[in-house]
Design a protein around this ligand. Structure first.
Ligand SMILES: NC(=O)c1ccc[n+]([C@@H]2O[C@H](COP(=O)([O-])OP(=O)(O)OC[C@H]3O[C@@H](n4cnc5c(N)ncnc54)[C@H](O)[C@@H]3O)[C@@H](O)[C@H]2O)c1
Length: 308
């Protein structure tokens, strides 16, 4: 990675990823793009990922050798507008893959634990297993994993990717996913001392703290490609918990903090269709994936950063 174009760069992941990439590779080595404008410390262009010609021109003019494709509609939002989600998630990905093929770019895009469905084994979910998701987001992610594999085997594009779990961060609010509660709960703990969870007690999902997610992207992109058997869509997770466990961890620091439940049937149904805990052993074996943060150390850091 020497010259990197990032799509959806103002989102929960992109906004922090761009800073990390600029710190490693240089400010001018990273072109941030998004459909909306924002103040940036380095190169920035407006780009709607459904416009393939403009994506090609921007990547070419920048002299990019790498594309990191982040623009997408997330699980809960996609369920509200499935046709729009299909057009954005699949149309944007197709354009990004085509530009990568045309300009010979290394390519990264994230899949998700949403690529699994109710018939997937729920515990220690294997890297290679049944994937019959019941959400539009999940359908998009499975199709995306397959498309990325196709561009590697058919055209030799150096495509790589991970299945991210729910990502927890303090810099940019999450963009409408099912695991957003695990971010909201920290804000509400500090602001109001109480939280009403839309996810039911006892619902386990995989999670990861943002610094580990960003490091995973860099490590996978820098890994020796000849060692990657599962190029696209490596299972990676740092922890699995349910709402009362994160609440208990917060109570260690804010003893008066309380949680109530008012379950949202749409997001609960999505959560119920996802694994409890996935197996990350292929990522560990093929490119050395390792997470630094667990629930306890993440909670200390989140509360400290948010209080500031
Ligand atoms: N955040 C998570 O917990 C999580 C977990 C698993 C996978 N992922 C995946 O990671 C990727 C990035 O997720 P995120 O959380 O940063 O999303 P986000 O919703 O926070 O950000 C998405 C960004 O894309 C931009 N965007 C929307 N439509 C666009 C368009 N037509 N053209 C260009 N940009 C457009 C938005 O303005 C936004 O800045 C997605 O593929 C998502 O599915 C995220």
């Amino acid at each position: 990675m020497k010259k990197i174009i990032v799509t959806g760069a103002l989102g929960q992941i992109g906004s922090e990823l761009v800073g990390k990439l600029r710190a490693i590779y240089g400010t001018d080595a990273v072109l941030a793009t998004d459909i909306r404008a924002a103040q940036q410390d380095g190169p920035f262009e407006i780009l709607d990922v459904t416009e393939g010609k403009r994506m090609h021109e921007l990547a070419k003019d920048f002299g990019a050798d790498t594309m990191i494709h982040m623009a997408a509609l997330l699980s809960a939002t996609a369920e509200k507008n499935p046709v729009f989600a299909w057009n954005l998630n699949m149309g944007g990905l197709m354009n990004a893959l085509e530009v990568s093929r045309e300009l010979n770019l290394q390519f990264f895009t994230p899949s998700s634990i949403g690529a699994f469905g109710p018939s997937t084994p729920k515990d220690n979910t294997p890297q290679d297993t049944l994937q019959r998701p019941t959400t539009m987001y999940g359908v998009n992610k499975v199709a995306g994993e397959l498309l990325c594999d196709y561009y590697f085997t058919r055209f030799g594009v150096d495509t790589r990717g991970v299945r991210f779990p729910g990502l927890i961060s303090y810099a940019t609010p999450p963009g409408g996913g099912t695991t957003d509660y695990a971010v909201d709960i920290y804000y509400k703990a500090i602001e109001e001392g109480k939280y009403t969870s839309y996810i039911a007690e006892g619902t386990y999902m995989d999670m990861m703290y943002m610094p580990d997610a960003l490091q995973a992207i860099v490590d996978l992109m820098e890994a020796d490609g000849s060692k990657l058997v599962h190029r696209n869509a490596f299972n990676i997770s740092a922890m699995s918990f349910e709402p009362s466990q994160i609440a208990a961890e917060i109570q260690k620091h804010i003893p008066s903090f309380t949680v109530e439940y008012d379950v949202d049937p749409v997001r609960q149904a999505i959560a119920d269709s996802w694994p409890n805990a996935i197996d990350s052993s292929a990522a560990k074996a093929e490119w050395g994936f390792k997470a630094q943060y667990d629930l306890a150390s993440m909670t200390v850091d989140m509360l400290e950063k948010l209080k500031k």
